[in-house]
Design a binder for this molecule. Structure first.
Ligand SMILES: *[C@@H]1O[C@H](CO)[C@@H](O)[C@H](O)[C@H]1NC(C)=O
Ligand SMILES: *[C@@H]1O[C@H](CO)[C@@H](O)[C@H](O)[C@H]1NC(C)=O
Ligand SMILES: *[C@@H]1O[C@H](CO)[C@@H](O)[C@H](O)[C@H]1NC(C)=O
Ligand SMILES: *[C@@H]1O[C@H](CO)[C@@H](O)[C@H](O)[C@H]1NC(C)=O
Ligand SMILES: *[C@@H]1O[C@H](CO)[C@@H](O)[C@H](O)[C@H]1NC(C)=O
Ligand SMILES: *[C@@H]1O[C@H](CO)[C@@H](O)[C@H](O)[C@H]1NC(C)=O
Ligand SMILES: *[C@@H]1O[C@H](CO)[C@@H](O)[C@H](O)[C@H]1NC(C)=O
Ligand SMILES: *[C@@H]1O[C@H](CO)[C@@H](O)[C@H](O)[C@H]1NC(C)=O
Ligand SMILES: *[C@@H]1O[C@H](CO)[C@@H](O)[C@H](O)[C@H]1NC(C)=O
Ligand SMILES: *[C@@H]1O[C@H](CO)[C@@H](O)[C@H](O)[C@H]1NC(C)=O
Ligand SMILES: *[C@@H]1O[C@H](CO)[C@@H](O)[C@H](O)[C@H]1NC(C)=O
Ligand SMILES: *[C@@H]1O[C@H](CO)[C@@H](O)[C@H](O)[C@H]1NC(C)=O
Length: 746
């Protein structure tokens, strides 16, 4: 019996062993399968999304590695399962990632059957239609990312059932209606984004329920302010971005207690009153953007304590008082343009990296303030220009006899550039999610039509072009655009949508303008023509982003205004003002120079231009030399129409003088001899030019074909020279750091 028992035991053990082995083989890792019903659901879901591989979904999906790949940061596919159900035999899909796939279908209601789903990201597709309420039936859902699609309709109130939902990212779609009341139940939310949608209504009070929130993005919606006071409950916020609110104005919301704030953007939110001083206690702050509000009062001293700050944008408010010294001395990107500061006359247009354009209040002594700090950039002399051609973001070029000015500065963020009192631009903001993004663009393949379509200037926020010193009158303003940042080549690159607005002279002329849509595709030029009155002397073309469209395709930071070229032509007859006699010219030349010499002597006596006893002064020679060239050589210049200006310097000086000083004085002397009395500088500006406080400005005279007169040719040549020299040498407003840094002017 014992033996039989032993044999039986052995056989039993073996049998059990084999059984166990069998089980392991059959239900082991290679046999972890999805339930048949889940396969059916997934096939339906993927085929309604128009996924080309919907048909390949099988029970073995969880081990089918062809669904796992990454082509670029926004072209990605991934399926993740949890196979611990049913003693490690049954799998369920827990994550679906299909990013940048050009899926053109809809979000089907069958998604609600995926009751184990935890994360779904469909970023960067072309899915349209509404979000099905059935998604609210997925109790396990923690992350839902639907950014950069074409979804629309209202947000289903069922989503309020998703108690575990932590990330709800819906930016860059076209949702309408209000945020449902039920969203107040989403108490596990850490990240909520609805940028660039048409959602309307008041920002709801219940956002105060989202106490676990760390990031809240509401840029460019159609929602109304004010920001509810309940926001003060969101103490864990590190990134808060609310922009472009309509409705009534309000004071700054209470953000006291949000000690870990890193990015605070409340742009164009109709905020009034002063900037709270507790902002200075947010010591982790890297970006503070309170631009385009109605904030008044002074910049709080406490902001000085923000040691980590990279970007400080207070553009377009009503801030007053002096610009604090710590701001002027800062190395960071600071934009204080368009405010009401009291600027001292020492403040130049570009100090450190602080943009102060158009920032000073029009006080009585405003004449002593640099022109670029004053509102509307008034012409510092008599306006003379009557046409303007700019190749935005591109080089100088001649098209049909029109000389397009080069516009090559690559500096960003927040930059002011001006070119010889003829035109200027001011760009504000920094690209969201990519501070290395570019501020000019070049087409990867040639755009048909005029060559200027192959380059463009871009800005993250606001881009203003100014036509300066224009004659009063009516003009045709033509704006040229071509979408050159997106391409048709790659699936995901064709998904981007760029929308921005354009105002001319403060009047909105293009709203939600979409270049690609208007031109009928990528890499196609389109122009818009406008009839504009210039009543002062400044033409202002303002392009600005109101948070609409995509921001992450083909890369993070591709959005905002883009422009290829600007042409401005007069709708009136231009008086070319020719016909000065040779005698008159000679009189002007001699007269001007006599005055200049007298002035130099006076200045010398007063101790400017180096001390009396300073025999080795580099200016010593200049004094002699001015007397020398005044009559004979200037006449020779006439202005034989040739010669390098420096040839006018007394050769006996050798190289013992400052070329910069010499050129400044020579330029000045020549400017004083302008045939048009109105174009000669006033005595007070001559003084500041000699002192180097103001740049020497030679007017550009555009020769008409009929003006063959030699003196005009000479002047034109001179003005070109002096423009170059002045930009390179001056330390004041006319020396845009851009030109001296990017080397375009040597
Ligand atoms: C989804 O589930 C419902 C019932 O819960 C069922 O009737 C329906 O057939 C399922 N759909 C799919 C595609 O599996
Ligand atoms: C895809 O990759 C994830 C890890 O990133 C892995 O867990 C999963 O099993 C893979 N899925 C397939 C189908 O290979
Ligand atoms: C898988 O699901 C089981 C229960 O369904 C759960 O206990 C487990 O934590 C899950 N595993 C993972 C990695 O999520
Ligand atoms: C898991 O295994 C236990 C015992 O081994 C068994 O009782 C149970 O029914 C199994 N569950 C499933 C879903 O197969
Ligand atoms: C938040 O999520 C956790 C698990 O992630 C869950 O236990 C909790 O119930 C959720 N809160 C709500 C309000 O559903
Ligand atoms: C957004 O939705 C509205 C209303 O449904 C529609 O009129 C508009 O054309 C849509 N815009 C886009 C860009 O799809
Ligand atoms: C959410 O907030 C609203 C208004 O602040 C409040 O009335 C409501 O009770 C809150 N909801 C929950 C579920 O706590
Ligand atoms: C806020 O953050 C802290 C630290 O991460 C955490 O301990 C706390 O639970 C958070 N509070 C809420 C309401 O989520
Ligand atoms: C200032 O912002 C307002 C909107 O708040 C806008 O209408 C105006 O054009 C802006 N001004 C400048 C100079 O940007
Ligand atoms: C700021 O300047 C503008 C224009 O000069 C003026 O209309 C406005 O009243 C000023 N605001 C304050 C607060 O000084
Ligand atoms: C200005 O625009 C108008 C209307 O588009 C056009 O009729 C006119 O010819 C244009 N004038 C010039 C000088 O280009
Ligand atoms: C992406 O989808 C659009 C719309 O269906 C289609 O026109 C385009 O050819 C697709 N692009 C690629 C590369 O598949």
């Amino acid at each position: 019996m014992g033996f039989v028992c032993s044999v039986f035991k052995m056989v039993s053990v073996l049998f059990l062993g084999v059984l166990a082995l069998d089980c392991f083989t059959e239900f082991g890792s290679s046999a972890q399968l999805l339930p048949e019903s889940e396969v059916r659901t997934l096939r339906t879901v993927f085929s309604k999304m128009q996924h080309p591989n919907a048909g390949t979904v099988s029970r073995a999906l969880c081990s089918d590695s062809s669904w796992n790949f990454t082509i670029a940061t926004v072209v990605e596919s991934g399926i993740v399962c949890n196979c611990s159900d049913g003693n490690n035999t049954i799998c369920h899909v827990t994550q679906i990632l299909i990013k940048g796939h050009n899926l053109t279908g809809i979000l089907p209601p069958e998604l609600g059957n995926l009751t184990h789903l935890e994360v779904m990201s469909l970023l960067g597709n072309r899915l349209s239609g509404p979000i099905p309420g059935e998604i609210g039936d997925i109790p396990t859902l923690e992350g839902l990312v639907l950014e950069d699609n074409m979804l629309g309709g209202s947000l289903p109130s069922n989503l309020g059932n998703l108690g575990r939902l932590s990330r709800l990212l819906l930016s860059a779609n076209n949702f309408t209606g209000r945020i449902p009341e039920s969203f107040g139940n989403l108490k596990n939310l850490t990240d909520f984004r609805i940028d660039g949608s048409s959602l309307s209504g008041k920002i709801p009070d219940f956002i105060g329920n989202w106490t676990t929130l760390t990031r809240l993005d509401m840029q460019g919606t159609s929602m109304e302010g004010p920001i509810p006071s309940t926001i003060s409950e969101l103490k864990n916020l590190t990134n808060l971005r609310i922009t472009d609110l309509s409705g009534r104005s309000s004071a700054f919301p209470n953000l006291n207690g949000m000690k870990d704030m890193k990015e605070l953007v409340l742009r164009n939110c109709l905020l009034t009153g002063s900037i709270p001083s507790y902002i200075g206690e947010m010591t982790s702050l890297k970006t503070l953007d309170l631009s385009f509000n109605r904030l008044s009062g002074q910049i709080p001293q406490t902001l000085q304590g923000l040691k980590k700050i990279d970007y400080l944008f207070l553009t377009n408010n009503s801030l007053t008082g002096p610009v604090p010294g710590w701001v002027l001395g800062s190395d960071n990107n600071i934009d204080l343009s368009y405010n009401n500061f009291t600027s001292s006359s020492q403040t130049s247009c570009q100090q450190a990296r602080v943009n102060l354009v158009s920032s000073s209040s029009s006080s009585a002594d405003s004449n002593s303030v640099s022109w670029c700090l004053r509102k509307d950039l008034p012409c510092p002399r008599k306006p003379t220009h009557h046409s303007l051609f700019i190749n935005c973001g591109g080089e100088h070029m001649d098209i049909n006899g029109n000389e397009f000015e080069e516009d090559l500065s690559t500096i960003g963020p927040s930059n002011f550039f001006s070119s010889a009192n003829k035109w200027a631009y001011s760009s504000t903001g920094v690209y969201l999610g990519n501070d290395g993004a570019h501020y000019t663009a070049r087409a990867s393949s040639a755009v048909p039509g005029p060559a200027f379509y192959n380059s463009a200037r871009l800005a993250p926020q606001s881009l203003k072009y100014y036509g300066l010193c224009l004659l009063r009158g009516n003009y045709n303003v033509t704006l040229h655009f071509a979408e050159i940042m997106y391409s048709d080549k790659e699936t995901f690159e064709s998904l981007g949508r760029r929308l921005f607005d354009v105002s001319i002279q403060g009047k909105v002329v293009l709203e939600d303008f979409n270049i690609m849509e208007e031109a009928g595709g990528v890499g196609k030029g389109i122009f818009k023509e406008f009839n504009v009155d210039v009543n002062g002397s400044t033409l202002e073309i303002h392009l600005y982003w109101r948070g609409k469209g995509t921001t992450a395709i083909p890369d993070r930071g591709v959005y905002g205004p883009l422009i290829s070229a600007i042409t401005v032509t007069p709708n009136f007859k231009v008086d070319t003002g020719k016909g000065l006699s040779a005698g008159l010219i000679a009189g002007i030349v001699i007269g001007s120079c006599v005055i200049l010499i007298l002035l130099l002597i006076i200045l010398r006596l007063l101790g400017y231009l180096g001390g009396k006893h300073d025999e080795n002064s580099e200016l010593h020679g200049l004094e002699l030399q001015t007397g020398y060239f005044s009559l004979r050589q200037i006449k020779a210049y006439v202005q034989q129409e040739q010669g390098n200006l420096l040839e006018l310097v007394d050769p006996s000086l050798g190289s013992e003088y400052s070329k910069e000083e010499a050129l400044r004085l020579l330029n000045l002397a020549l400017v004083c001899t302008n045939p048009s009395p109105t174009l000669r500088p006033s005595m007070s500006s001559v003084v500041s030019m000699i002192e180097g406080k103001a740049p020497v400005q030679a007017p550009l005279i555009k020769r008409r074909d009929s003006d063959q007169d030699a003196r005009f040719k000479a002047f034109e040549m001179l003005s070109h020279d002096s423009q170059t020299n002045v930009s390179t040498f001056s330390h004041d407003s006319q020396a845009p750091r851009s030109t001296s840094m990017d080397g375009t002017l040597n």
